[in-house]
Structures are given as C-alpha cells and as structure tokens.
Write a protein that binds this ligand. Structure first.
Ligand code: MLT
Length: 235
C-alpha cells in the first residue's frame, strides 16, 4: 500500500485521488462529531458548504436536522452546533443530519474524486486502520486543516493511522506525519491553533473527548454519488 499525506488542504489539487481511498480528518471537531452522532443512532449525514444550502434542504425536507458552526459557535437557527458532546450518550432512533462547518465539510467535498471516502478521528484511528488494511487500496490522507492551512491535530491523526498500516511506500507528507506522531505527545495537540481557539471558548471537555485514541469501533464512509455518509462498524 502506498500512503500519501496532504499537509495543507489547499494542496489537494496536487494529489491524484483516482482509484484510491481518501481519508478525511477533522479531529477538532467535525469528524469526531459525525462519528459520535452516528454512533448515538443518527442514520446519516450530508455535508454542505454554505448555510443557505443547508436551510434550503431543510425547507424542502423539514425532517432534516441542521448541524454546524462558524468560528466554532453554533449557527443560529440550527438544531445542533458542532460539539461531539451534544450527541455522546444519546440514543437516537434514526435522524438525517445536514452539516455545515468551516473546514470539515469542505474537506469531505474536496475528496469526491477518490474511489472511496472515509472520515477518521483519533477516536476511530484503529478501526479506520483495520478498514484500510482490508480494502488494500492506496491511501491519501486529507486533513481538513484550518482555513486552508496545516493543522497539527489532523496531521498527527494521519501519522497515527499510517503507523498502524503495512505501508510499502510513504510520500514525504506521510513521513512527516509519522515523525510528528512519533515525537509529539497527544496532549500537546491542545496547543494547536484550533485547539487554542476552542480553549478560548471554554471547550476543554470537547478537546479531551476528541483526543481519546482508538476508543470507537465505528468507521464513517461518505458516498460522493449520493452526498450522504453513514457508519460502518469495524473492529
Ligand atoms: C470545522 O469543521 O471547521 C471544525 O470542526 C470547527 C469546529 O471545531 O467546530
């Protein structure tokens, strides 16, 4: 298996996703939140880039639930913000989430040229690695980043998952991600640019929750053809 890690989301155009599995990570917080909502029983999610699109979908289908943030704060009028703790421990009997966030939903959309799109978080790291090993395809990790820039926590997550794979070939981004993972304690990630933004908003519980590694069996898959994503159990 060949592994590539894109270091800043704006570089995605320089990578060929065709025939590969693209793993999208937004550790703080979108991919962690989607995993947690689906594990709590939500049926599926639909990422959109702008708020108006989300509201248009809700107007057309009132049973859709809107979830999202701007500057890490809940979008007015939405049913949920973007905190995993809004869903953790809940037991939903279905539900369809239409999500719009600053970085995470954009990164998912940017992955649509791939043969398969997987959403990963630190909580699902081991489950995602097992899933990728089974699929056997070459892998491109696409960190959501922060406004187009490099993100410490997302790249660390790529390094962790890649270190669990039987890799035949590493590109430089993958080597850098693995070195970052091997030489940086997980707790240091709270001092990333986005980590500090969440700290300033008092969201320490969210940060601690997002930093728990390989505690979930869930693997989230997104289908570019339909635009919907859902959970696949993997252990
Ligand atoms: C994002 O998608 O930009 C983040 O998940 C924002 C957040 O932390 O809410």
């Amino acid at each position: 298996m060949r592994v590539e890690v894109i270091l800043s989301p704006d570089e995605v155009g320089h990578h060929d996703l065709c025939g590969k599995t693209c793993v999208v990570m937004d550790v703080f917080r979108f991919s962690t939140t989607v995993l947690t909502a689906l594990e709590a029983g939500m049926e599926r999610f639909f990422p959109v880039n702008d708020v108006a699109e989300a509201q248009r979908m809700k107007n057309e289908n009132p049973k859709y639930l809107l979830a999202g943030e701007r500057n890490a704060v809940k979008i007015p009028g939405f049913d949920f913000g973007n905190s995993p703790l809004e869903h953790y421990g809940k037991s939903y009997t279905g539900g369809e989430l239409v999500c719009s966030t600053t970085n995470g939903t954009k990164a998912v959309q940017a992955a649509q040229g791939a043969a398969q799109v997987v959403l990963a978080s630190l909580r699902s790291a081991q489950a995602v690695a097992a899933f990728l090993e089974r699929s056997g395809r070459d892998v491109v990790f696409l960190p959501a980043g922060l406004e187009g820039k490099f993100s410490l926590e997302d790249t660390w997550c790529a390094g962790l998952i890649a270190s669990l794979l039987a890799v035949r070939e590493w590109d430089d981004g993958a080597k850098a991600a693995r070195l970052l993972y091997e030489h940086t304690p997980v707790d240091a990630l709270v001092d990333s640019a986005h980590g500090r933004r969440l700290q300033a908003l008092g969201l320490w519980d969210d940060l601690r929750f997002c930093l728990e590694c390989s505690v979930s069996p869930g693997v989230v898959i997104w289908e570019p053809q339909t635009g919907w994503g859902a959970l696949v159990r993997e252990r």
